[in-house]
Design a protein around this ligand. Structure first.
Ligand SMILES: [Zn+2]
Ligand SMILES: [Zn+2]
Length: 300
């Protein structure tokens, strides 16, 4: 592939998960607080998600083989879909806890070791989460973006709890706690839903971004000349970062195969120079043959 593997970011996420688990477990032994223990157990989900991300990144980066001749990029979507579902589950869990607090308000624990520990863990999750989302955007990796959002889920939860704690301490308005939790739950649910949606769309062979499609059209149009060189049946699909571009190129009937082939390569080269990570497939057709114009629809 020639590119540096993205698995190093997954390892960073694994390290962050192990650090937060260790942090919270040691705090549990120090305080005996069940709340901190359940928090530590929750962090093991981060570890599992990071391991899944690593696994799927490794598969996605495998070169094409006999069984998967277009590559393995789509493995990414399994990881991001699971991350999205985990985030959705977390939001439901927070929502139920908040409703429970409405019905049976509890005395909030005072600022203690638990808060300090969770602040340190939050700082780790925040910085690693930002690194992952940035890398995900830069390398067009939905796995890294999803894992980053997963880590930020924990950050928002902690911020929500702390903000509510502050309001309760300052104003004595105890409903601030469940209300903050509900706001956080909906924010998280939105993120989770978007990740699941993007993953499903990715698995459904969604077309490439409009921006890239415009670039492709521009290049082909530059070579086209009405009545001489035309094109139709332009179709695209995205598979992870890889963009597949297909179209029919109609050239004068009398052109030799060699001339047509050279010409199509010229167009291909120009598209590749404008659109990153693309693969171009061109079907050459004689312009005057009616049969060339009967195959515009995919299965028509
Ligand atoms: Zn060729
Ligand atoms: Zn055609």
């Amino acid at each position: 592939m020639g590119k540096k593997s993205l698995s190093r970011f997954a390892w960073l996420s694994i390290a962050a998960a192990i650090a937060t688990i260790a942090l919270k477990t040691s705090a549990y032994f120090y305080t005996n607080s069940v709340g901190i223990l359940s928090d530590a157990l929750e962090s093991t989900i981060n570890l599992a998600a990071a391991l899944l991300a690593l696994w799927m990144i490794k598969i996605a980066e495998r070169p094409p083989d006999e069984d998967h001749e277009f590559g393995h990029h789509k493995a990414q979507y399994f990881s991001s879909a699971v991350e999205g579902l985990l985030i959705l589950m977390a939001s439901v869990w927070i929502l139920f806890a908040a409703i429970d607090r409405f019905i049976r308000p509890v005395e909030l624990e005072s600022l203690g070791l638990g808060v300090i520990i969770s602040l340190i863990a939050t700082a780790i999750n925040l910085s690693v989460g930002i690194i992952l989302i940035r890398a995900g955007k830069q390398h067009d990796s939905i796995v890294l973006e999803a894992d980053g959002h997963h880590l930020l889920t924990d950050v928002w939860t902690t911020f929500g709890i702390l903000a509510a704690l502050m309001i309760v301490l300052l104003t004595g308005w105890s409903l601030a706690d469940p209300i903050a939790a509900i706001v956080v739950a909906f924010g998280i649910a939105f993120t989770g839903f978007r990740l699941v949606r993007r993953s499903v769309l990715g698995l459904m062979d969604t077309a490439i971004d409009a921006e890239d499609l415009v670039k492709v059209r521009k290049v082909i149009s530059k070579f086209a000349k009405v009545g001489e060189i035309e094109f139709h049946a332009l179709r695209t699909r995205k598979s992870g970062p890889k963009k597949f571009i297909y179209f029919h190129l109609l050239v004068p009937d009398e052109w030799t195969v060699k001339k047509g082939h050279n010409f199509s390569h010229e167009i291909e080269e120009e598209i590749l120079s404008k659109v990153s990570d693309a693969a171009v497939f061109i079907h050459l057709e004689p312009l005057r043959d009616p049969a060339s114009h009967e195959d515009i629809e995919l299965f028509g």
